[in-house]
Design a protein around this ligand. Structure first.
Ligand SMILES: [Zn+2]
Length: 528
């Protein structure tokens, strides 16, 4: 049976122009049937249509987060949060409190710790976790996700001991006697992570139920998810039960490409709720651990230009097979050299990708040589960027990089070249709230107003551009622009209302805006 609903709002913001529309949206079978005046809407909707008036100062298209680790985000939300701690002592105190409030024997994950911010200069050690949690397995990630701190129980379950060799692309940190300290760098966390996810007290489905509710409360109706196969299966299980409320575009990790090939996955496969995305590949590391890959040395570290996490020859092969398989590729590249190398790899497949209609994306695209900016548009590469990284990395990135002939977080430069710039949060590295990203994109300042005038202020963009980068651009990157990303007849009825009209607040206050209601497929799935 066809169900028709009329959503009435005095300030509908379509992002097509700066004038709000006082009118209504008619929704039929989950899609927008008409957007127009209330009279037009009533005429189209006919008698008996339900009329809904949502709270909130403005109605906007719902957000699409183009780069999120939603399963990890939920695990972090349910585990201890160590972000912002200024000493190791404070970290241990927070963990003691967490243990008291959350007794049990299941795995503890989460963390978001950052030893760069600890004034006591301590390094985490498994013995300190053992003292608090005993035999309960614990694995806590750094805020950037590139290192983990495990206790003895977690190491034992993953079979990591003194004699375990370092895996390729990772390091098991060991003390002078050769015993693991509990610190696992880059890929060394993999084995613990796999066991933990298999044994988590929270099932993946429980995690994802929490994740989707949290995301809907932030106005996010669609995600491009970077997590692993467990999260893919979890969302598919929720959908099979009829419990999926958020739309998911799911990437496949490079290590899991064989599984994707075996089930014949193709980019864009799926339905209105779940679609297959490209293959996620790592080219370099991150700024925090000094593993992002640059053309020139990190300031004051002669010879250190970061790490080529995947060798260039292998990137070229992976990208080639991902395109040939009809999946497309999304490569993590932070440093300018990593970006150059990925663009070179993309050059070898760009024509085929275009013919097959599969995307080539660079995830983060943070530091880019000016000569490489044009190559994004020439090759049709999507820049998947996270505006809050630009401001959270300040002043660290300035200290690490100094002045060099490189553009930093250059969304203005990329947009001016016609590049598809899709915004996301990279949660749990940063909070998922899109208004934090929009504020960072428009001001290039942190929420405390630093730095004054914004860093590289020439790279600021307008509010409309920032909103589109969080709505239309991720849809385009996902090959879904005919279905979503705009408020228009024929599109999914995915929209939100917010407590303040973003066009009416000062730029410095954009991050304070809160979502009042979220509508996905014409259903009100969140109300504050
Ligand atoms: Zn990420």
């Amino acid at each position: 049976m066809t169900r028709t609903t009329v959503f009435i709002h005095p300030r509908i913001r379509t992002l097509e122009n700066e004038e709000p529309l006082d009118g209504a949206i008619v929704v039929r079978d989950g899609r927008i049937a008409l957007l127009g005046s209330l009279d037009e809407a009533r005429a189209v909707a006919g008698d008996g249509a339900e009329e809904v008036r949502l709270e909130g100062e403005a109605l906007l298209p719902a957000f699409h987060d183009a780069h999120i680790h939603s399963g990890s985000m939920a695990a972090v939300r349910l585990g201890p949060d160590l972000a912002g701690a200024t000493s190791y002592t404070e970290v241990l105190e927070r963990l003691r409190i967490f243990e008291k409030e959350n007794p049990g024997d299941g795995w503890i994950m989460g963390g978001r710790w950052d030893s760069n911010a600890w004034l006591d200069g301590a390094q985490p050690h498994r013995s300190d976790l053992d003292a608090i949690f005993g035999v309960r397995p614990v694995m806590l990630s750094t805020v950037d996700g590139h290192a983990d701190w495990a206790n003895s129980a977690a190491l034992t379950r993953a079979g990591i001991e003194a004699t375990t060799p370092d895996p390729g692309g990772g390091r098991i940190v060991k003390d002078a006697t050769g015993e693991p300290t509990g610190l696992l760098l880059e890929s060394a966390s993999g084995s613990v992570d796999r066991v933990a996810r298999e044994e988590l007290v929270f099932s993946t489905e429980e995690l994802l139920r929490d994740a989707q509710q949290h995301l809907l409360s932030l106005g996010i109706a669609h995600i491009t998810d970077i997590d692993g196969e467990d999260v893919r299966s979890g969302y598919l299980a929720l959908r099979a039960r009829g419990d999926l409320r958020i739309r998911v575009h799911k990437m496949t990790r490079a290590g899991e490409m064989p599984a994707a090939l075996a089930d014949g996955r193709r980019f864009g496969d799926g339905d209105d709720w779940f679609t297959t995305g490209p293959v996620k590949i790592f080219a370099d590391g991150a700024l925090g651990p000094h593993t992002a890959h640059f053309h020139d040395d990190f300031v004051g570290e002669r010879g250190n230009r970061g790490i080529e996490v995947t060798a260039q020859g292998e990137i070229v092969e992976l990208v080639r097979s991902a395109v040939d398989a009809g999946l497309g590729a999304a490569v993590h590249a932070i440093g300018d050299r990593a970006n150059t190398l990925v663009l070179e790899a993309f050059e070898t497949v760009a024509d085929d990708a275009r013919v097959r209609g599969v995307p080539l994306r660079i995830e983060h695209a943070q530091h880019i040589r000016p000569s490489d900016l044009d190559r994004f548009s020439e090759l049709g590469v999507v820049a998947s960027m996270q505006p809050t990284h630009c401001t959270s990395d300040f002043p660290l990135s300035v200290q690490l990089l100094g002045s060099r002939p490189t553009a930093h977080y250059p969304w203005r430069s990329l947009l001016d070249r016609g590049v598809c710039v899709a915004f996301g949060s990279d949660a749990p590295v940063e909070p998922a709230d899109p208004f934090l990203g929009i504020h960072a994109a428009v001001t290039r300042q942190r929420v405390d107003g630093e730095p004054h005038g914004g860093r590289e202020p020439d790279e600021r963009i307008t509010l409309t551009e920032a909103l589109r980068a969080y709505t239309l651009a991720p849809a385009q990157a996902a090959g879904l622009a005919e279905h979503t990303g705009r408020l228009e007849a024929g599109m999914f009825a995915d929209f939100i209302t917010v407590d303040q009209d973003p066009y009416e607040v000062t730029e410095a206050d954009l991050w304070r805006i809160r979502t009042e209601a979220t509508v996905v497929g014409g259903e009100v799935v969140f109300r504050r």
